[in-house]
Write a protein that binds this ligand. Sequence first.
Ligand code: UDP
Ligand code: MG
Length: 321
Amino acid sequence: MNLSIAKKKLISWVIPCFNEQEVISETLKRVVEVSSRAINYDWEIIVIDDGSIDCTREIIKESIEINSNIKLIGLSRNFGHQYAVQAGLNLAKGCAVIIIDADLQDPPELAERMLAYWEKGYDVVYGQRVERYSESIFKKLTAKIFYRLLNSLSEINIPQDTGDFRLVDRKVVEALKQMPERGRFIRGLISWSGFKQFHIKYKRDGRYAGRTKYSLEKMIVFALEGITSFSRRPLKLATSMGVISAFLSFLGITCVLLIRLFTNSWVEGWATLALAILFTSGVQLICLGILGEYIGGIYLEAKARPIYFIDETKGFDMENK
Ligand code: UDP
Ligand code: MG
């Protein structure tokens, strides 16, 4: 009789947080509950503190004392959501990793269904939002525009209405680790990497507590990152705008010359001149801006700095059985 017990597969949660003291205990409670129900797996819960200035880190440390499956990665400052997620992915040991926000907008309970599809052979199982509760009209509208714009501009297919809430297989984690870029737009990188993907539709709740950590500025930076990392179409757009404005000015010049040569009047006035200058300089500035976004991207990549620094970790030395 073979008495050897099959080793359980390890599944990692990756939970980025930035100033989430109001919600992190409840999140950990729900995640631990879900994990303890799925007894066929071993679990590690990696919480990344992305430079919080409230009590988030202390709360995580207290949770580790109670539950040794929880692990902390404390970053040296606020690097941003995507970098926090990458820090978690880099240290995760699981055969599959579930990335989830700390604010309970995405239900951890969905992990059970994600795991079921993963077991069927899918490498990425992502949550697709069909409804979003308690989010401002502005947030919903900007998110909608962003996803539609990104898809129409980018040369790869990024699923609409998805966030980073997803399960990814170890293969995908390794693929992400091989992509060294500083400008990180993880859901785009995952989509770009290929692999077998599946989506589960779900209704996105409002935040359990606290306020959004994505300021308008962070949202704009994130959106520009997404677009410039995955599309060169804006550069082509700059060329098209140049061609169109050159064509318009050619028409204008022709009209002015014809009027002058074949009639007794001529186009006069500073208003025409001012409009022409405003129009061309507007087009030029937009084109410069587009170029600047890409050059800024090159500048960041050329410096090749590490994408984050870890200040401290806790719970990692205790081997997960
Ligand atoms: N977050 C982070 N670093 C940041 C901003 C956000 O780690 O600089 C985390 C945040 O704690 C949350 C997740 O990223 O777990 C998503 O942020 P948030 O819920 O504020 O964004 P929203 O859902 O409003 O888009
Ligand atoms: Mg949120």
